[in-house]
Structure formats: structure tokens, C-alpha cells
Design a protein around this ligand. Structure first.
Ligand code: PA5
Length: 445
């Protein structure tokens, strides 16, 4: 159980006194978080969620997922940012990046409303033609343009196919408990609703109905996910970085940042982790990247990206460090048979599991990259299952909060995301944005 930080590959990059010297900053961040006196302290709901989530709603999520599994061949999940990434990341990590193409007894799941591409929308519309489907619209504010537009289209499709009464049985809205257009629409039309608590921000919401309903529809055990998160919540409280791997990770990445490593690349050797990388990038990018500060979160899947980014990591500008997530046990394995002919010369790989070859790729890479001057933090997890994923989600969330406080920023707001939205609304002629529209058009022309 648990996620352990290996600092074995950091000795040439982080000295003992630097490591000791960061402890007071970690302790101060811990105090801010645990006493709820830090910036953004009205958004700390995620921290206690694994212990005090709404059990009645949790049961309704499981019941809704069972109904969807029975009556739908396709499940459409509409949302963007924090209302999208966690669910998709967990499903791909737990089931497969090839989930939709696999033989399975659960619905295909497509994520829309995370782009304004008409091409993508048309493609998904064609995928539901002639098939039974249900929709989960997820939006905390209930007004975000991308999901609202996609929902308008899919609500129409459902109503045309099943009639208003049939459609309402197939629409599930995850939104604010009281406010917003989506909440009003849901109450008016009788959709089943699930709540994104006021004190849980979008990027910290995967362990609410935001993530849990789609994850359950994909056939994953959401009890185990919550149990894993609870184990992390109970076990990651010691301020001492030698006794708390979550804080140790936050400490190490902060030391490296202070030394000019301004890019963190999250790396895994499993393609199914690619969307977890995306979830991580939002979590850390939106939490830390403000006031002219913050690590730039990037990601890679190895060994795939060793053949594209490997050169830069090995030999390019010294701006980055890697955080490698390694799993002791592979979800599935493949035994490589010895061939008498050995025409391809690959018998040196034979008579062992492919996971061993993958592990050797990791070992060879970590040694090469550190030798080339790129620090590597390694996070070792036993395996990628529901429990461990829940643990990992909480681990990253808490390390993110601590990291933000160490930087002196508010880890729970995202003022920068608003700028593009205001410009887009103005350019599209949304009422109330007239002055901005004139000013922007003058700049464009
Ligand atoms: O983390 C965040 O707050 C954002 O990424 C939001 O989740 C995203 O903008 C979607 O917002 P909403 O759920 O209000 O539609």
C-alpha cells in the first residue's frame, strides 16, 4: 500500500543541508493547511472528503451507475477542466486507454464539452446514432460555455429520441447544490442531480460525484477508490518530511524549483496513465502558476516519448526535472517466449515477463537522465488499482496544497482562467461585454 518517494537519484542535485533547510517551510505550509488559516481556506473541502462524503448521495451514484450500465450502450460525459479530467484519467488508468475499443459489459464513454471543435462534436453525435445513450452534464458554475453548448445539443438529441419524459430519466446533472443555470434547468426538468460541494474547487473534485459517477459507470469499484483516499488522508499528516512522503515530494520539488528547475515532467511507463498526467497538469498548473511564480507542469509517457523528448531531457537546457511514477506490479503481464530460430535476435529478452523489460527501461533511463543532468524524483506505487489510485489522487492533492503554500500563492483560485473567457464572450457578442468587444476588435483589426 501507499506511494513512496525514492530520492536515490537526487543525491547530486539536492544536498543534505538543502533537504534539512526546507523543513521549516514545509512545517509552516502544514500549519496553514491544518489550521485552515492559509489563502483560499474556504476551498479545503477536498481535504476531509474521503472521511465525510455524503453517504446517501454515494449510494445514489452507485444506483444511477447501475441503471446507466443496464439501459445505455453509450455514456456521454460533458464537462471541462476539473469537471472532466479526473473522471477520464481514473477510467483510463483503471480500465485502459483503449477502454472504448475493449470487449466489456459497460457502456462506451465519450467525453465532450471539453472543446469547441464542431468536428469532434459531429463525430460523437454519429457515435450515438441508433444506440441507447445517457448523458452526465458536469459543471459547478453551470455556465461554462463549452459544456453548456454541448449539453444543449445532446439534450435535444435525447428529447428527440426518447421524448421529454424519457430524456429526463437519462440526464444526470452534477452541479452546485443551490445556484446556477444548470441547477435551475435540472430542477425545472426533473433531472437527477449530484452535488459539487461549495468548498471543493473543480480541479480537486474528482472524489465527488464529478468523478465518481463516470468512474462507477466504467465498472470501477468506487468504494475502493474512496478507501484508498481515506488511507492517504489518515496517513499523510506528519509535518516531518522524513515521515511523510507526500510532504517529502512537495519539499523536493520546491528545492528543485528554487534551483532553477522551472519545469516538472510527470512520467509514467504506462499509456493508461496519460490522462492522469493531464489531470496532474491542471491540478498543479492552476494551483501554482500565479503571481509570476510556479513550476510549469508537463508530462510524458515512456518509453514512447523517449523517442521524441528523450534527447531534450538527456541533453537540452537544464530547466526541468522528472517525477517518475513507477508501479511495482503491472496490471497485466505478457510472457515473452523464446523462439528457436531467433531470427530477430530478440532471445536475450525472452523467457521473462514484459514488465521486467519495462522496468529495465526505467532503470536505464533514470540513470542516463540523471547522468545527463536531469534530476529524477521517483514515486513508487505497488500497482494501479482502485485503492492505490484513490491514495495517489489524495497524495497529489495534498502535496499540491502544501506546494502552493510554500510558494506563497493561493493554491485554490484560478483568476487567470477568466481572461480568455471574458474576451471570448465579448467577441461573441454576449450581453454585458459591449465595451470590451469594441476594444478587442480594434486590436484584432
Ligand atoms: O478547476 C477549475 O475550477 C476549472 O478547471 C473548472 O473546473 C472548469 O473551468 C469548469 O468549470 P465548471 O465546472 O464551472 O463548468
Amino acid at each position: 500500500m501507499a506511494l513512496k518517494v525514492t530520492d536515490r537519484y537526487l543525491s547530486q542535485f539536492v544536498s543534505e543541508h538543502e533537504y534539512k533547510g526546507i523543513q521549516p517551510a514545509v512545517t509552516a505550509a502544514h500549519e496553514l493547511l491544518s489550521s485552515k488559516t492559509g489563502l483560499g481556506n474556504d476551498f479545503l473541502g477536498w481535504a476531509s472528503l474521503p472521511g465525510d462524503y455524503d453517504k446517501e448521495e454515494f449510494a445514489r451514484i452507485k444506483a444511477a451507475a447501475e441503471r446507466i450500465k443496464k439501459n445505455s450502450e453509450v455514456f456521454i460525459v460533458i464537462g471541462i477542466g476539473g469537471s472532466y479530467l479526473g473522471a477520464r484519467a481514473a477510467i483510463e488508468a483503471l480500465r485502459s486507454s483503449l477502454y472504448n475499443s475493449m470487449k466489456k459489459d459497460t457502456p462506451e464513454i465519450y467525453f465532450i464539452g471539453n472543446t469547441i471543435s464542431p468536428t469532434y462534436l459531429n463525430d460523437v453525435i454519429s457515435l450515438v446514432e441508433g444506440r441507447d445513450f445517457s448523458v452526465n452534464i458536469i459543471s459547478k458554475s453551470g455556465t461554462t460555455t463549452e459544456p453548456a453548448l454541448a449539453f444543449r445539443v445532446f439534450r435535444e438529441l435525447l428529447e428527440k429520441k426518447y421524448g421529454a419524459d424519457g430524456a429526463k430519466e437519462r440526464i444526470f446533472a452534477t452541479t452546485d447544490a443551490r445556484r446556477g443555470t444548470l441547477k435551475e434547468l435540472s430542477d425545472k426538468n426533473g433531472y437527477e442531480t449530484f452535488v459539487i460541494p461549495d468548498n471543493v474547487g473543480g480541479r480537486f473534485s474528482v472524489l465527488t460525484a464529478v468523478g465518481l459517477l463516470p468512474i462507477a459507470v466504467a465498472g470501477c469499484d468506487i468504494d475502493a477508490v474512496m478507501n484508498g483516499a481515506k488511507a492517504a488522508m489518515d496517513g499523510l499528516n506528519d509535518p516531518d518530511i522524513n515521515k511523510n512522503d507526500c510532504y517529502k515530494y512537495a519539499a523536493l520539488r520546491n528545492i528543485l524549483y528554487r534551483k532553477g528547475r522551472v519545469v516538472e515532467m510527470l512520467v509514467a511507463y504506462e499509456p493508461s496513465f496519460a490522462m492522469m498526467n493531464e489531470w496532474f497538469k491542471q491540478l498543479y498548473g492552476e494551483s501554482e502558476g500565479k503571481d509570476g511564480k510556479g513550476l510549469f507542469p508537463s508530462s510524458a509517457v515512456f518509453s514512447t516519448d523517449l523517442h521524441s523528448l528523450g534527447q531534450f531531457i538527456q541533453d537540452g537546457s537544464n530547466i526541468l526535472f522528472e517525477t517518475v511514477v513507477q508501479f511495482e506490479k503491472s496490471q497485466k503481464d505478457f510472457y515473452i517466449e523464446k523462439l528457436e530460430s531467433n531470427g530477430d535476435g530478440l532471445n536475450f529478452l525472452a523467457e521473462q515477463n514484459m514488465s521486467v523489460v519495462n522496468r529495465k527501461a526505467f532503470e536505464g533511463t533514470v540513470l542516463a537522465h540523471t547522468e545527463g543532468g536531469t534530476p529524477n524524483i521517483v514515486l513508487e506505487a505497488p500497482e494501479l488499482n482502485e485503492f492505490e489510485l484513490g491514495y495517489m489522487i489524495y497524495f497529489f492533492e495534498k502535496a499540491c496544497a502544501i506546494s502552493g503554500y510554500m510558494l506563497g500563492v493561493n493554491p485554490f483560485d484560478q483568476p487567470g482562467v477568466e481572461s480568455y473567457k471574458k474576451n471570448m464572450f465579448a467577441l461573441l457578442g454576449k450581453p454585458g461585454y459591449e465595451d470590451r468587444k469594441a476594444e478587442l476588435e480594434a486590436r484584432l483589426n
